[in-house]
Design a binder for this molecule. Structure first.
Ligand code: ATP
Ligand code: LTN
Length: 357
């Protein structure tokens, strides 16, 4: 598995981080928005799968970013339901509350507080260059675009810096936001003294971008024009199998990985290989002379075998909101202890008068 993150030996990065105990494991942090009911296969393969693996070797913090979600209008009841649904899916995917800290962003008020400080450190031009903002605001139109959407990446900066994270496991589309985080951490440290760890994006090359099954030039996304090319993990498995059998390929029949000339087939091979852990070369060999139909039929079975227990586990967490809310409360408590320490140090560095209680 190729990643583009610097290989830090356990303990080294953490030991050097301000506000961190000596000798602890390197820290990872990431977040996912509760903006759609179901995660899609791109979310899982590009991000959540890595979160599950990293909880074994890292001090891991994962959150449902509801503050980010309201940068576009949300129905309150739906937002609340989707927040529980997102947490349930993360647990169903394999996050273990004994191995990682899982929490809801709005339960830790320090995120919004640090974001304000970071807002004041960010140039207007710098924020204007964020490509995801440009894409999303162009789609919505200026009148319907909130200032919150504009400052979205800066809230993400605060999320990462509060925990002194060393690595941030995300898909390719988040790389620029992690770069901004490094820039602002460096700026703050330069101006006020070393306060924040500089994080690195942790992006697995093979699955950095999973493509839409109907438009293999576009990333699989919950805001896709049509749901036909998006594998939603909570969909009826029969609908999922149908989407895979209907995936756009090409007029050739050869099963070969070539992102440039065969983007559709290559995307299917990536999904196949990641879910089965079979190397792409072995899959190519297995399907020599067999045609796309056979590949698609087998891949639909592989995906259905993956989503079926995933749906069941998600439902189990949803059926027991007390347990779920308990996990999230414990997570928030652990997260808050760290976030409060970083915020206090930041306030002091900035020159705020210490509040006497
Ligand atoms: P949107 O449709 O608004 O762009 P999204 O589908 O990208 O949303 P997010 O909640 O923004 O969903 O993303 C959660 C995580 O999933 C992020 O780390 C993101 O990089 C990753 N991710 C999203 N889509 C893909 C994809 N197609 N391939 C790989 N990773 C992805
Ligand atoms: N913008 C991210 C979600 C996110 C995030 C974070 C990811 C919010 N805060 C901190 C990593 C670290 C996205 O996936 N769209």
């Amino acid at each position: 598995m190729a990643t583009d993150h610097p290989q830090s030996a356990p303990g080294t990065a953490a030991a050097a981080a301000p506000g961190r105990a000596h000798g602890t494991r390197p820290r990872v942090l990431s977040g996912i928005q509760p903006t759609a009911g179901s995660f899609h296969l791109g979310n899982y393969l590009g991000a959540v799968r890595q979160w599950v693996a990293l909880q074994e070797s890292h001090d891991a913090f994962y959150m449902v970013v509801d503050l980010h979600a309201i940068t576009v209008p949300q129905d309150p009841a739906e937002l609340r339901a989707n927040t529980r649904l997102a947490a349930s899916q993360l647990l169903a995917a394999g996050l273990d509350p004994d191995r990682c800290t899982l929490f809801v962003q709005s339960h830790v008020p320090e995120h919004a507080q640090l974001a304000w400080v970071m807002n004041c450190l960010t140039g207007f031009g710098e924020a204007s260059r964020m490509t995801q903002f440009k894409d999303k605001s162009a789609k919505q139109g200026a009148d319907r675009t909130s200032v919150g959407l504009f400052t979205y990446p800066i809230l993400q900066v605060a999320d990462i810096l509060l925990y002194q994270a060393d690595q941030v496991p995300v898909g390719e589309d988040q790389r620029q936001h992690v770069e901004l985080t490094r820039d602002l951490a460096e700026r703050f440290n330069g101006r006020f003294g070393r306060t924040f760890t500089l994080p690195a994006a942790y992006i697995v090359r093979e699955t950095a971008k999973i493509y839409d099954l109907q438009d293999p030039a576009a990333k699989m996304s919950k805001s896709a024009a049509t749901p036909k090319g998006v594998i939603s993990l909570l969909d009826d498995p029969r609908a999922t199998a149908k989407k895979i059998r209907g995936a756009v390929t090409d007029t050739d029949t050869v099963i070969r990985f070539d992102r440039e000339t065969k983007p559709g087939v290559s995307n299917l091979l990536t999904i196949y290989s990641t879910l089965t852990k079979e190397p792409v070369a072995d899959i190519e060999r297995k399907y020599e002379g067999k045609g796309y139909g056979a590949l698609k039929t087998d891949l639909s079975e592989i995906v259905v075998d993956f989503v079926t227990p995933f749906r069941e586990r998600t439902q189990e967490y949803l059926d027991d909101p007390e347990t779920l809310d308990g996990i999230l409360a414990k997570g928030a408590e652990k997260a808050r202890a760290i976030a409060a320490e970083t915020l206090e140090r930041t306030y002091e560095r900035v020159g705020f008068l210490t509040a006497k209680h």
